[in-house]
Design a protein. Structure first.
Length: 144
């Protein structure tokens, strides 16, 4: 079902039992996953960059292979069949999003990154390769 532009997303998330996000796109951290996590929902999403930053498989939801509707459906049904497990995962989603994606923490991480890049440049290190190395070892949004 395509709902179009809505102004009542928090209310819609509030009546949901599970949030499903099948995708095959590399789109950074999908904002909708942060919204679903803060709404206390367990999340079933495709195992794609960005999604894997928000969903820890088996902890606050499940990750499935992209373009695998059977795996997606099975994980949704698993959560609907075990309501207590779904509630526990949803609670963990709230904690994970608040911990990893709080504005103050993300600002600190960007500040650290910029500081490190500027320091590398002032010491003659080529910033682009340093930046690539830094980003490959530490994703934005992760706990410090």
């Amino acid at each position: 079902m395509v709902l179009g532009k809505r102004c009542d997303i928090p209310a819609l998330l509030g009546i949901a039992d599970v949030f499903a996000f099948p995708t095959e796109y590399r789109e950074g951290v999908p904002r909708v996953l942060l919204e679903a996590g803060l709404a206390g929902l367990p999340i079933v999403a495709s195992r794609m960059p960005g999604c894997t930053d928000v969903v820890q498989d088996g902890w606050n939801g499940h990750l499935v292979a992209p373009r695998d509707p059977d795996a997606l459906a099975n994980r949704i049904v698993d959560l609907l069949a075990d309501r207590q497990r779904a509630v526990n995962m949803g609670s963990r989603s709230v904690d994970l999003v608040k911990e990893r994606f709080a504005l103050s923490g993300v600002v600190d991480q960007y500040s650290d990154l910029y500081r490190d890049v500027l320091a590398a440049r002032s010491h003659g290190s080529p910033a682009p390769s340093y930046l690539a190395h830094r980003l490959s070892n530490s994703r934005m949004g992760e706990s410090r």
